[in-house]
Design a protein around this ligand. Structure first.
Ligand code: HPA
Length: 278
């Protein structure tokens, strides 16, 4: 449960810091998951600030993550990128991104674009594929809003991944000749990978991809009043669907191999928001 009073002080200080270094808020914030770090190289006039300077932000310690924000523009669209997120498997708490996301909202950000690395449940999405998240399954049935006061906590999760922006992303992918499937992302708590039986169950439920992040942030962001989009990079076939042993190294390796293409599409997507009113 979040101590909102303490968090509020940290959020106010974090907003001040962002405002004084970067000025007015960009409309778009991107959370960079494993495999997406290359997107930072697309940011022009980039300025970075470590999470240690932002008291409402988490300090996660997963291999392959750097903990800083990078603010600048891609084409005509200003953007802030978050390198590093708190995962529920690190602490058992699923509220780790609450302060960061509420800071972004209070600063003036409109859209949270999440990225992650996922295991694929579908043979038509082999490793290297990109999936636009259309919906999610909260398999652990954990909520970062437990203990929140007021009726605002009863967040409508229909259309949580903005339907209009999804159409926009699909049209852009078509123009860029990029295969972009839409699908359902299933959150598994981790840190262990899933069993083949769990994967069969998730597939029967309608999941297309599985991963250990994103869902708590989507819930927090919708509660805060941010629009949300999600892009998942398939780094492996999920447990039991391939002969290859599942390891963190395998996911990082595949993420590196396909990361450049993923980052290029992400950059094109961010730039395209300049044509829209978010
Ligand atoms: N399962 C859970 N999380 C993941 C996977 C997976 O197969 N691949 C990358 N992140």
């Amino acid at each position: 449960m979040i101590d909102n009073k303490t968090l509020d002080v940290a959020i106010a200080a974090s907003v001040d810091k962002l405002q004084s270094l970067f000025g007015a808020a960009p409309e778009v914030a991107v959370v960079l998951g494993s495999g997406w770090a290359g997107a930072v190289s697309h940011v022009q006039d980039a300025k970075a600030l470590p999470y240690t300077e932002l008291p409402a932000f988490p300090q996660p310690k997963v291999e392959g993550h750097v903990n800083e924000v990078v603010c600048g523009r891609i084409g005509g669209q200003r953007v802030i990128m978050l390198r590093g997120r708190a995962h529920t498997y690190e602490s058992g708490e699923c509220t780790g991104m609450a302060g960061a996301l509420r800071t972004l909202k209070r600063w003036g950000v409109k859209l949270l674009l999440q990225t992650n690395a996922s295991g694929s449940l579908r043979s038509h999405m082999p490793p290297g594929s990109l999936m636009l998240i259309a919906d999610h399954i909260n398999a652990p049935q954990r909520s970062p809003l437990v203990g929140e006061p007021g009726s605002q906590r009863f967040v409508d999760m229909v259309g949580a991944y903005d339907p209009e922006l999804r159409q926009h992303a699909l049209a852009l992918a078509k123009r860029e000749n990029l295969m972009l499937g839409e699908g359902v992302y299933c959150w598994a708590l981790g840190p262990q990978f899933e069993t083949p039986a769990e994967i069969r169950m998730f597939a029967a439920w309608g999941a297309d991809a599985v991963g250990m992040s994103t869902v708590p942030e989507t819930i927090l962001a919708r509660h805060a009043g941010l629009k949300v989009m999600g892009l998942a990079l398939m780094t492996n076939m999920a447990a039991g669907l391939s002969a290859e042993a599942l390891t963190h190294d395998l996911t990082l390796k595949q993420a590196q191999m396909s990361g450049e293409r993923a980052a290029a599409f992400l950059a094109a997507l961010v730039a395209s928001f300049a044509e829209l009113t978010l």
